[in-house]
Design a protein around this ligand. Sequence first.
Ligand code: SF4
Ligand code: SF4
Length: 433
Amino acid sequence: MLSFVKHEFMLKENEKVKIIIYGTGKRAGLALDILRGKYSEQEIVGFTNSCNNSDNQKIFGKKVYNFSEIVSLYRGEEYYYISPAEPTRSEIQVILEEKGIDRTHILNYEEVEENCIGCEDLDDLMVVGDDALYFCCSMPGQNIAPSITYRESIYETVDAFLNEKNDIIRQLKQSSGPCYGCVKTVRGGIRKSKKTIDRLSIGLSYPCQLACSYCTWHCNSRNIKKYGDKQVKKAYQIDVKGLIQYLEQKEVFSDTGTIFIASGEITISAKRDELLDAVGNHPLCVMSNGIVFNKRIAQKVARMDGSHIEVSIDAGTRETYKNVKGLDAFEKVKETLHLYKQEGANIYLKYIMLDINCTDNDIQGFCGIIKSIGPQNISISFDYNCGQNISQNVLRGIAKLSKEINKLGLACIINPAIGKKNIEEINRCIDLK
Ligand code: SF4
Ligand code: SF4
């Protein structure tokens, strides 16, 4: 017997169904892992999205179908799981219903307050920073994250955050408040069923050995050398363990809520083990520079619940790595990635394309790493400090890298925050012979 999320809908005993994941973006792998754990008896056929996909495109080893192909193959008997977060999840839900898919065939169907304006971050995210709890990550030139500065105790701060969240949602309904006018708001972005935290992102200034050219964190080796470790000490004061326990106790952070560790470098943090203890059974996503291997992290990110480690390599040669990252650690990172692979860790590789790492040599070198590691996910991003003002060289580099990745029979995600105009230019470069 199988009970489905939200509907508590039951399949007939021993009934076997086909499940399709809608969405091929960053959360597609997470969705696949969740389904494999939750519906292990059922067949997860592959992925679909709103694009025209080429015949042989695959992600996570499964085919990406055109939606029309799915419909003609399974004729409405199939079930869907929508992978993107709100508000895209709700938009896809509406699209599927408009295409005649019964809502009982949408495994993660949820009712949404249709006439209300919201945003996916406001809906389910809490970001733990050095000075405050934030409702999202600010995007330079686009928005400023609303926040609650730390109070006497972490408990008071959490209570104030949850009250403020309700207040902001209420104000948005009246077209006012700190989120009103933000580019990320859309109609229908607030779920009726659960006003909880589903994503907890730890973004504290734990120290990092690197000094990436694009990094503005207080905690990179360049800034620690220049300004001292005052900010690192501040980050160490934040009681993340107490915060997680309090959220759980208040029942606003469910067991399936994901913890993201994007703090400087967790593998060398004095708070590493305390934080890993606090993570418990929550799905865990670790952003690491990949220099130091940690067995506990490897074991945690090997679980099939969306957990993974993400390493942004940003180079395909030793020289470029040193140039971009400020340390001669290219070979060490490759070695560490192999150790994570041996432990069965889910590995996500990332490439931040810059003017100094977009040569053919780098692109080929990075593709070589992809071949030897076999990551579950590959993404290409850009330097946020440039806003959407990206050079032609970088756009061409992104196009070239994504083309090379496709030649390996793999898909990659280009960070949509790069903007529509830049995406169009990348697509134009991809189409050039
Ligand atoms: S609406 Fe904008 S400012 Fe408000 S939480 Fe969402 S992304 Fe942040
Ligand atoms: S690895 Fe991350 S924290 Fe370290 S310098 Fe690079 S961007 Fe900054």
